[in-house]
Design a protein around this ligand. Structure first.
Ligand code: FES
Ligand SMILES: [Fe+2]
Length: 424
């Protein structure tokens, strides 16, 4: 249970708030490279700030405050130029540092005044990595965009799925350190959704939470596993500050504002050994719906959609003064404490947990991954045909989110050779 003031401290991320200051020390994924190739400007809202993300004609990325400093037109309508974005209203032209390069009428009518030198617009750096576009809204010197280990893996089919979830980011992130929900919100819900009343999934018997440099690993023993099992010896990861990392995918929960969260998923499937070498030229990105188009009901057919249902069900901003934490919530408590401690560290001018500043470390930031061999080597064709192989459910179908476009599915099927029916 938390008092209202502490709850607000964890949840509110607008400029100047303690958590907002903390989260502004990290890079956040805010879009995808392949989306910007189709449409070079995109209006986004991140931590309560209205912004425009763009890709200019030279291929560089920028992130500017949404409203033009001239008379506040929406730069989302702007034209991309060689090195920046031009307001469509009167043509003022800004580069990615926020400098005003041109004011067409002022420059013509009074070229000596150099009025443009007095104008700046808020601008944030953007970097492309792993098919994602990362933004940094904090003070300099910025840390590095982490090169998480799976970003270096080869021979994989990656895809990015982005959704807007109408609730606060912190309850989404608490889900990243909540092993027991998997039994009920996923496994058993699937049983009940099929119309059956059982048998239910193996129960959780024991949980462990170990903090490491970049997060907290959560470990579990269920009725069908023991302490020799990698789910206990290695576990899965709550990745700092706002992600889940399971081995084959990341899920970031980026605050849009205090009542909405951008869910950004990055998924990796190793292609089978007989389809290698495989090189993916573009990582496809798609927007995952959260409600059914016809009924408006929450979609609950896929793993992350089930999570979304849990999060929005807690309310736009969960009232933690009315919760009753039990033994399963030990990780949630560890996470809250770490954030509250780091808020103080940041207020005192220090670096919070898990920043990467060393370029050598950033060649590949290794993470606890127990099925690394599978991801690096890929399945054999025989494994891919074995319905009892533990990873095959997520190898044959995209189980994480509803709405995968047919073109992405077709590219996946081709990459994996799922349409092959020969026995070679
Ligand atoms: S409002 Fe942008 S140039 Fe005038
Ligand atoms: Fe989940």
């Amino acid at each position: 249970m938390l008092d209202h003031a502490t709850n607000r401290q964890l949840c509110e991320t607008g400029p100047g708030t303690p958590m907002g200051e903390l989260l502004r020390r990290y890079w956040h994924p805010v879009g995808a490279v392949s989306e910007m190739e189709k449409e070079p400007t995109r209006r986004i809202r991140i931590m309560g700030e209205d912004l425009v993300l763009y890709r200019d004609l030279s291929g560089g990325y920028g992130l500017l405050e949404r409203h033009c400093p001239h008379r506040r037109a929406d730069l989302g309508f702007g034209y991309v130029e060689e090195c920046g974005l031009r307001c469509s209203y009167h043509g003022w032209y800004f580069d990615r540092t926020g400098a005003c390069l041109e004011q067409p009428f002022e420059d013509t009518a009074d070229p000596d005044s150099r009025f443009r030198d007095k104008i700046r617009i808020t601008a944030y750096p953007v970097e492309a990595k792993a098919g994602l576009l990362w933004a940094y809204l904090g003070p300099e010197p910025a840390p590095l965009v982490p090169t998480w280990e799976p970003f270096t893996w080869e021979n994989g089919f990656c895809q990015i799925v982005i959704s807007e979830v109408p609730c606060n980011w912190f309850q989404c992130q608490e889900n990243s350190i909540d092993p027991v929900h998997f039994e009920w919100q996923h496994d058993n819900w699937r049983v009940r959704a099929s119309g059956a009343f059982g048998p239910y999934a193996p129960k959780h018997l024991k949980l462990g939470f170990d903090e490491f440099e970049f997060g907290i690993s959560y470990k579990r023993v269920r009725e069908n596993t023991d302490e020799e099992h990698p789910l206990w010896t290695v576990g899965r990861n709550c990745l700092w500050p706002n992600a889940l990392f399971t081995g084959d995918h990341f899920e970031w929960r980026v605050p849009i504002d205090d009542g909405n969260t951008l869910s950004v998923g990055w998924f990796f499937n190793p292609v089978p050994q007989d389809m290698r070498p495989f090189r993916q030229n573009d990582i496809p990105a798609w927007r995952g719906p959260v409600r059914a188009a016809d009924t408006g009901e929450w979609i609950t057919s896929h793993v992350m959609n089930q999570d979304f249902a849990a999060w929005v069900g807690q309310g736009a901003l969960a009232d933690r003064s009315r919760e009753h934490l039990g033994r399963s919530d030990r990780g949630v408590i560890m996470m809250r404490r770490r954030f509250l401690d780091d808020i103080e560290v940041v207020a005192a001018g220090g670096d919070p947990k898990g920043l990467v500043r060393d370029p050598l470390v950033n060649n590949c930031v290794t993470l606890p991954i127990f099925d690394r061999e599978f991801f690096c080597n890929g399945p054999t064709r025989e494994e891919l045909r074995n319905p009892n192989h533990q990873r095959m459910r997520s190898m044959l179908d995209f189980v994480f989110q509803a709405g995968q476009p047919a073109a992405v599915r077709a590219a996946y099927v081709a990459a994996m050779g799922l349409d092959r029916n020969d026995d070679t």
